[in-house]
Design a protein around this ligand. Structure first.
Ligand code: PLP
Length: 460
């Protein structure tokens, strides 16, 4: 008999117990689509002579349908275990939010809210008001505004303050961040003319002074977040720049990048500028990200003098860059934690992970190791080894955080196969390979991630 004839029909498959179970958990159109796609593939493979009669038995066919539904029905954007040790991993969503915000985010996401409603006045309010006071309290700014991300913040500032005029920037600060954010491109997009001063390694105050004309709209300082220039270098401080700007009546803007509010004592290389220090030194405006060192949601924060910030609130571009209620809820929640420094260090995962010491991580690793040994197959060898984690997210390229790594070796497969297998689990476990070992950095794996790691290792 022709093998094609023995491919089961849709009706017959639908009556199989396995498909009936699938119908109980998936919508009928989804199950039907999976059946049709599976049968199409079987027909093609049969014509190509790739299949045996056993492959077309109903049990084999329903197993294929189950597999298709299991993979095809998984969310595309889903949780992963970050075992890379890169704390601000842009590809893995940068900052995880503080668990304390869970109940509040739930309220805002699934109900109506005061997003643009002033409860006291009983009339229309503004969405930006929810975080402005907090930002001002924490940074010493007079006014603040929040947009989609820091790239949007810089674009808005340039468009509003410098369209058709000149922005003076040091040649050492014409940076590219993450491939798509380049200072010269943002200038062009904002309609401003870039006036480069100084050289790659050294720029002096007189360079800025000499470049100022009646066309100058802004002096811009960009923080070199993701690289370091060492050796014979000179950079003008924000205080010096502010002095010149104020003498000449030109606003001084600093794109700080990471949004650091904390003092990082005892961690070598953790020398990120503090937002409040830049403002205190006289910057008229600072812009920074919400999801880098601040540890909140993706957002761009603009903070500074009221006379410079307030006109931005009326700029037409703002409507296109505006943040939604979930971002604002997460940002307000994160900023509230900063009102008590001790609370910020313990509750904000980004800050907590970055501050973990090698000793703490080793102790954590020993507990994890004891637990894992009891639960994973004996073909897996586990060992704790010392290593180095990175801050990531285009911040602190020189900071080296000593850490402990869990090295996993399998008697049955290579490190590459282990890496690929774990990455393809329902909860992907992302690690790295070094010197032939598959490694998970204890710094970025949360306590409640380990069950997913164990499940992944068992499924290998
Ligand atoms: C990260 C960074 C940006 C871009 O910020 P996003 O929030 O990712 O848009 C811009 N400027 C500097 C200096 C940065 O470090």
């Amino acid at each position: 008999m022709d093998l094609i004839q023995s491919i089961p029909k849709v009706d017959k498959l639908l009556a199989e117990p396995a498909c009936r179970r699938l119908l109980a958990v998936h919508p009928r159109p989804v199950v039907l689509a999976a059946i049709r796609q599976t049968l199409d593939e079987l027909r093609t493979a049969t014509r190509a002579g790739e299949l045996l009669a056993a492959d077309l038995e109903p049990a084999a066919v329903t197993a294929g349908i189950e597999r298709r539904l299991a993979t095809g029905e998984a969310f595309s954007l889903r949780r992963v275990v970050n075992g890379t040790g890169v704390v601000l991993h842009t590809n893995l969503g940068r900052s995880p939010l503080a668990p304390k915000l869970r109940a509040h985010l739930n309220d805002i996401a699934f109900g109506y809210s005061t997003l643009e409603y002033d409860v006291a006045a009983g009339e229309r309010g503004t969405r930006y008001a929810h975080v402005e006071q907090l930002i001002c309290q924490l940074t010493g700014a007079e006014a603040a505004l929040v947009v989609n991300n820091n790239a949007a913040a810089v674009l808005l500032v340039v468009s509003a303050l410098a369209a058709g005029r000149e922005v003076v920037v040091s040649r050492g600060q014409l940076v590219e961040i993450g491939g798509s954010f380049r200072i010269p491109d943002v200038m062009r997009q904002g309609g401003a003319l870039l006036r480069e001063v100084g050289t790659t390694n050294r720029t002096h105050l007189r360079d800025y002074r000499d470049a100022i004309t009646d066309q100058t709209a802004m002096l811009l300082k960009v923080h070199c977040s993701n690289f370091a220039v060492v050796g014979f270098t000179a950079e003008v401080t924000v205080a010096e720049l502010a002095k010149v700007g104020h003498e000449r009546g030109i606003p001084v803007v600093a794109d700080i990048g990471s949004g650091n509010l904390m003092e990082w004592q005892g961690i070598p290389g953790m020398t990120e500028p503090k937002v409040q220090e830049y403002l205190a030194a006289g910057a008229d405006l600072v812009t920074f990200s919400g999801d880098k060192l601040l540890g909140g949601p993706q957002a761009g924060i603009i903070a500074g003098r009221a006379a410079v910030v307030n006109p931005l609130k009326k700029h037409p571009l703002l409507r296109a860059l505006r943040v939604d209620k979930l971002t604002l809820a997460a940002l307000e929640g994160t900023l509230r934690l900063y009102r008590d420094e001790r609370q910020a260090w313990t509750e904000i995962p980004t800050l907590r992970m970055l501050r973990l010491t090698a000793d703490e991580l080793k102790k954590k690793g020993q507990t994890v190791l004891r637990n894992l040994r009891k639960q994973v197959p004996s073909s897996l060898a586990l060992e704790l080894i010392p290593g180095v984690s990175q801050v990531g997210g285009g911040a602190l390229p020189l900071a080296e955080l000593p850490t402990w790594l869990l090295a996993i070796r399998s008697a049955e497969c290579s490190a590459q196969e282990l890496e690929k297998g774990l990455r393809q689990q329902p909860v992907p476990v992302i690690g790295r390979i070094a010197k032939g070992d598959f490694l998970l950095d204890l710094r970025t794996v949360a306590d409640n991630d380990w069950p997913a790691v164990i499940e992944g290792l068992r499924a290998m």
